[in-house]
Design a protein around this ligand. Structure first.
Ligand code: MN
Ligand code: MN
Length: 393
C-alpha cells in the first residue's frame, strides 16, 4: 500500500490509502486531523476556525473579518475581529455594548476615547501594543504612516463588527432639525453630514499628538486605555520560550478581558495546563502548532494551527501547545476574566506529596520527586520529537 499522504498511522498500523476525492492541501495542513494520535478519543466539537475562511468586509481604506460563535459555535465567551487600515484610514467613531480588547499585529495607529465622566484619552500604539475599551465607551482608531492591522476581541461571542453604533449612522437616522438643534446650527449648516454610515474610510495621516488640538475640560482618564506591551519584559523567560501576561494587575482599565502572549522556540512546548475560571480563545500570530484538548469522559482531540487561525479550549479542559515548525511560534491566549489564571500539571504534581504521585502514576517515590517544579505561570518547556507518533509526510 502507498502510505504517502495516506490516513495511515505508523504506531498501530490503523488506516488505509485515500483514493479521493480529497482536498490534499487541506489534508496536509491538518496532519493531526487526518491521522489523529492514537490517544485522541470520542466526539469533541470543532475547536478551530481560520480567519482565512471568514467573510471579509472590504471598504475604501481597509477591511475587516470576524470569527464569532457563528463561525466557531463552541466558543461562547468572546468573538474576534481582524482588521486592517491603510495609512490615514479610520475605523470611525463608534461604541458598542461589548468590551473591546485590541492587539496591534502590524504598523501603527492612533486611538481616541472618552469615559463616562467626560475624561478623554488619546494615544499612539505600534506593533505589539494593546488597547482596551470597556462596554459603552466611544472610541476611534486611525492608522498612522505605516498603516495597521490588529486583532480585536469582544466580550460576547455573538458580537458582530457590523452591528456597532456609529456616529455617522446615528446622525443619518435622527431627524435633521433635531441634529441641527443639538449642535446649535441650522439644517443648512449640517447639510454635508453623511447620509449613511462610514465605518472604514480614508483619511490623511495626522501630525504628532502634541500638535493635536482638543478640548479636555474634564482632564484625562485616570488609567490609560492602552498598554505598551511592545516595551515590556516577559513574565516568564525560559530557553524554550517566553510568556507575557497582561491582566488588570498591570493594565487596570481592562476589567473584562485578559491575555497571555506566548512565544515558543522550535521544539518548545507550552506545557500541560488548564485555566480554572474561563475558556481560552487563541489567535495564532506566527508559525505552526498542534494542540490536544482533553476533557472529561476520556475526550481528547488534536488540532493543527497556522498563523491567522483561531483556537479554542473549553474552561478547565487540559491542553498543551507544541511548536511544530522551524520558526518561533507566537500565539495569544485570551480570557474573559479580569485576572489571568492557570494551573500547571507539573506544578500540581511537584507540590503533591511524592508518595501520592508515585501511587497514582505507578512510579517510584524518587521518580516522583524528580518531576520538574516550574516557576511562575505555566511556562514553556522542551519537547522530545523522537517520541512523536509520526504521521506520513
Ligand atoms: Mn470598537
Ligand atoms: Mn492555556
Amino acid at each position: 500500500m502507498n502510505k504517502e499522504n495516506a490516513p495511515f498511522r505508523n504506531s498501530d498500523g490503523k488506516g488505509w490509502e485515500d483514493h479521493g476525492p480529497r482536498n490534499l492541501s487541506r489534508d496536509q495542513e491538518n496532519p493531526d486531523i487526518l491521522v489523529p494520535p492514537a490517544t485522541d478519543n470520542g466526539t469533541m466539537s470543532n475547536m478551530r476556525f481560520s480567519f482565512s475562511d471568514a467573510h471579509n468586509r472590504l471598504e475604501e481604506g481597509g477591511w475587516a473579518r470576524e470569527v464569532t460563535n457563528r463561525e466557531l459555535p463552541i466558543s461562547q465567551d468572546v468573538a474576534g475581529v481582524n482588521m486592517s487600515l491603510e495609512p490615514g484610514a479610520y475605523r470611525e467613531l463608534h461604541w458598542h455594548k461589548e468590551a473591546e480588547w485590541g492587539y496591534m499585529l502590524y504598523g501603527n495607529a492612533r486611538v481616541t476615547a472618552i469615559d463616562e465622566k467626560g475624561r478623554s484619552f488619546i494615544d499612539d500604539v505600534q506593533e505589539g501594543d494593546l488597547w482596551n475599551f470597556e462596554e459603552g465607551i466611544p472610541h476611534s482608531i486611525q492608522a498612522l504612516d505605516k498603516g495597521c492591522e490588529f486583532l480585536l476581541v469582544f466580550s460576547d461571542a455573538n458580537f458582530s463588527e457590523n452591528k456597532t453604533l456609529l456616529l455617522s449612522d446615528w446622525l443619518a437616522h435622527t431627524p435633521k432639525d433635531i441634529v441641527a438643534a443639538n449642535f446649535k446650527k441650522s439644517t443648512e449648516e449640517i447639510e454635508s453630514f453623511p447620509k449613511k454610515q462610514k465605518y472604514i474610510f480614508k483619511g490623511e495621516v495626522p501630525g504628532p499628538i502634541s500638535e493635536v488640538k482638543r478640548f479636555n475640560s474634564n482632564g484625562d482618564v485616570p488609567d490609560p486605555f492602552t498598554y505598551h506591551l511592545s516595551q515590556k519584559a516577559p513574565t516568564v523567560d525560559s530557553e524554550a520560550g517566553k510568556v507575557w501576561i497582561v491582566d488588570q494587575s498591570v493594565f487596570p482599565i481592562a476589567k473584562t478581558i485578559s491575555g497571555a502572549f506566548v512565544e515558543v522556540e522550535p521544539g518548545g512546548m507550552r506545557e500541560l495546563h488548564w485555566h480554572p475560571y474561563s475558556s481560552e480563545w487563541q489567535y495564532y500570530v506566527q508559525g505552526t502548532a498542534k494542540m490536544t484538548i482533553f476533557n472529561s469522559n476520556s475526550l481528547a482531540r488534536t488540532f493543527d494551527f497556522k498563523a491567522g487561525d483561531v483556537g479554542y479550549v473549553p474552561s478547565v479542559a487540559g491542553h498543551y501547545v507544541l511548536n511544530t515548525g522551524d520558526e518561533p511560534l507566537r500565539f495569544i491566549e485570551v480570557f474573559k476574566t479580569a485576572d489571568y489564571a492557570d494551573i500547571s500539571l507539573n506544578k500540581w504534581l511537584a507540590t503533591t506529596p511524592s508518595q501520592i504521585v508515585a501511587d497514582h502514576l505507578n512510579i517510584s517515590k524518587e521518580f516522583a520527586e524528580s518531576l520538574p517544579d516550574p516557576e511562575g505561570p505555566a511556562p514553556v518547556i522542551w519537547y522530545d520529537e523522537s517520541k512523536d507518533d509520526k504521521f506520513n509526510w
